[in-house]
Design a protein around this ligand. Structure first.
Ligand code: SF4
Length: 351
């Protein structure tokens, strides 16, 4: 947990849980695991138990002490919805987020199923209310008096709707994970929904995709929201009206390449396609980094790979030229895509 962070799309990290287990190819070179495992067996170190799941109740109330509003990445060293994290602990995390509306929280998961089940559950929302009441009623907790008063005035309604200061996101490293996780995210009550396409391991189509599968192909509306009829209403002149509305959509897309040992190169067009799809639907796009590998700008025909460089994607012409990527390190690779930075954030007012 840190008051500051080098992660470009956030301002602070908060880890009321640490440790995790791998679920999909995006986890292969998990930076959190590499970092935590380095300290396994070091007596007294925060990560003495490496990357094993550990609840950190002593960290739960930390955001209550941060007066200055900030964007906070929740569990940069874990996955909040891991099945070894009890519901009650997750409820306490949500209680703290409800009691600190000055902050914006970014909760990112690869456990979309549990996130949807919990946040759609009345029992879980009740557990959040109870956890928040317990914090407010305990004089030893660092909740300012005005916040206690405000909470007590409307204690019954904090979790009736999604918390406006909590953004929920899923990781999407390829199309397979997009097809599984995005529909679950759209089905989860949330004020703001986002995708982290990092490390991007393949092309991802978010817009008007026809999903192949066992059932009938279908169109997706992930960036635009599925069109449908809104609730009927009567105008002031007595007319019965029913307007067209769109369903939930993705509000923000982050993308980036992989860094660290064993990092895999990403084709530049994968980032460009995401950027262009977002631009088409007016969805903010944040290009976080190239990662270890950057395009050299060269098109190359080569039979044998040169150490430190790789050719990616299909040939771009009938002579067999392909795009060359070189491993130059995260810092040198930078984060400019086609000569400019893409640093857009979602509007914080829920749609
Ligand atoms: S879900 Fe996230 S924290 Fe957990 S192993 Fe995968 S990359 Fe690491």
């Amino acid at each position: 947990m840190s008051d500051t962070t080098t992660i470009e799309w956030t301002e602070a990290t908060w880890n009321p849980v640490t440790g995790c287990t791998k679920v999909s190819p995006g986890c292969d070179h998990c930076y959190a695991e590499t970092f935590a495992e380095r300290w396994r067996g070091t007596p007294g170190h925060h990560f003495e138990n490496g990357f094993d799941i550990q609840l950190r109740p002593e960290r739960l109330l930390v955001p209550l002490r941060w007066k200055k509003p900030r964007r906070i990445f929740v569990n940069s060293m874990s996955d909040l919805f891991h099945d070894k994290v009890p519901d009650e602990h997750i409820a306490r995390v949500f209680a703290v987020m409800a009691l600190t509306p000055q902050h914006t929280y970014q909760v990112l998961t690869k456990r979309h199923g549990r996130m949807r089940a919990l946040l759609s559950s009345f029992a879980f929302r009740q557990a959040c209310e109870e956890a928040a009441s317990a914090i407010v009623s305990d004089d030893a907790t660092p909740v300012p008096q005005y916040r206690r008063d405000a909470y007590m005035r409307q204690w019954w309604s904090h979790f009736a709707k999604p918390l406006p200061n909590v953004w929920l996101g899923v990781s999407v490293e390829d199309q397979k994970r997009a097809d599984i996780r995005i529909p679950a995210l759209l089905d989860t009550p949330a004020a703001v929904r986002f995708l982290s396409c990092e490390p991007l391991l393949g092309p991802v189509d978010l817009f008007g995709l026809i999903v192949p599968g066992r059932g009938r192909p279908k169109l997706t509306y992930w960036l635009d929201g599925r069109p449908g009829w809104g609730a009927p209403h009567t105008t002031s002149t007595g007319l019965q009206m029913q307007s067209m509305e769109t369903g939930p959509r993705i509000d923000w897309v982050i993308a980036g390449g992989e860094s660290g040992r064993g990092a895999r190169p990403a084709h530049p067009d994968w980032f460009r396609t995401l950027r262009d799809q977002c631009a088409h639907s007016n969805v903010p796009y944040f290009f976080k980094q190239w990662g270890e590998w950057a395009p050299t700008g060269a098109l190359v025909i080569r039979n044998r790979p040169v150490p430190g460089s790789e050719l990616v994607g299909d040939p771009v012409d009938n002579r067999g030229h392909r795009i060359e990527m070189r491993r130059i390190g995260k810092k040198a690779a930078g984060r400019a895509l086609d000569g400019r930075h893409h640093d857009a954030f979602p509007a914080t007012i829920p749609r």
